[in-house]
Write a protein that binds this ligand. Structure first.
Ligand SMILES: [Zn+2]
Length: 287
């Protein structure tokens, strides 16, 4: 794994989110779990060489951040916002999170197939959050502080994890660094406010949900990209374009690649981002 600071580690190199952990004097705190089974098992092993895992924190409910919880059963409790708990691996989501995790195996983790649970086994104990909160929550573990900050926008239960002793913040998908931003279920207004909140932290390192580790300077890039998305779709609407016309004419595919392993989702991301923004921006003017 990549060592970000003396005690903070992450991995930005494989499909899924950037799973991370922080080593304290009283064990390890995991922040998001690898979606790919073999990577989840490897990361648990790597974390446990530093001591017992005290907590597993999830920054959001999307499958790429929580599916790997399954491989952390029997470690410390899972901590997340109450909305993560409510939306955890719901089969009603599209695409179905369980199948999306399974679909990644042949291309990204063929060895993972042997330890991938069937659906019934998985849902019997997916290692859901057992400690939840609705605003902010602070954990003290050994000599470290973990400020779990409610930063909604990308998803309803989004949090960032600030570890002041390491001068680092793990933002989850409030930041997609140098890769495509997925904003289907987002509230962009809330997202911008959350970026401002993170910008006020006194930190040297920003570990994003996807893409390489960065600094606070990148928060302005993320902010601008969200605003561009909204502006371009709003302009399409102002020109009288229908939703389908907006989808056909608007794309930011040339701006950034998709994060590792999901290049095939590029058109889907463009379409769903336009569609979601069109729905939000026109909602107030429909009878
Ligand atoms: Zn993600």
């Amino acid at each position: 794994m990549q060592q970000v600071t003396a005690n903070a580690f992450t991995d930005t190199t494989y499909r899924g989110c950037n799973p991370s952990f922080v080593v304290t004097s009283d064990g390890v705190v995991v922040i998001d779990t690898p979606q790919l089974p073999t990577k989840a098992v490897e990361m648990r092993r790597a974390a446990e060489t530093h001591g017992p895992i005290r907590y597993v924190i999830n920054t959001e409910h999307h499958v790429d951040h929580i599916f790997g919880n399954y491989y952390f059963r029997g470690t410390g409790p899972v901590v997340a916002h109450v909305e993560v708990s409510r939306n955890f691996m719901l089969a009603s989501q599209h695409p179905s999170p369980y199948w999306y995790a399974k679909e990644a195996l042949p291309t990204d983790d063929p060895d993972g197939a042997a330890i991938f649970p069937d659906e019934e086994t998985y849902y019997r104990d997916p290692n859901r959050p057992s400690i939840t909160f609705s605003e902010d929550l602070t954990l003290r573990v050994g000599g470290h502080t973990f400020e779990l900050m409610y930063t909604p926008g990308h998803t309803v239960g989004q949090i960032a994890v600030h570890v002041p002793e390491e001068r680092v913040v793990f933002t989850g998908d409030t930041v997609f660094c140098e890769c495509q931003t997925w904003l289907y279920v987002s509230s962009v207004d809330q997202w911008l406010a959350s970026l401002d909140r993170i910008a006020r932290l006194d930190v040297d390192h920003v570990v994003p949900g996807h893409g390489p580790v960065t600094t606070k300077a990148y928060l302005a890039v993320q902010r601008a990209f969200l605003m561009e998305w909204v502006t371009v779709v709003a302009r399409g609407i102002a020109q009288g374009w229908s939703k389908e016309e907006c989808i056909a004419r608007i794309s930011f595919a040339d701006r950034f690649p998709v994060d590792v392993g999901q290049g095939y989702m590029m058109d889907h991301i463009q379409r769903e981002n336009v569609s979601a923004l069109y729905e939000k921006l026109t909602a107030g003017r429909r009878p």
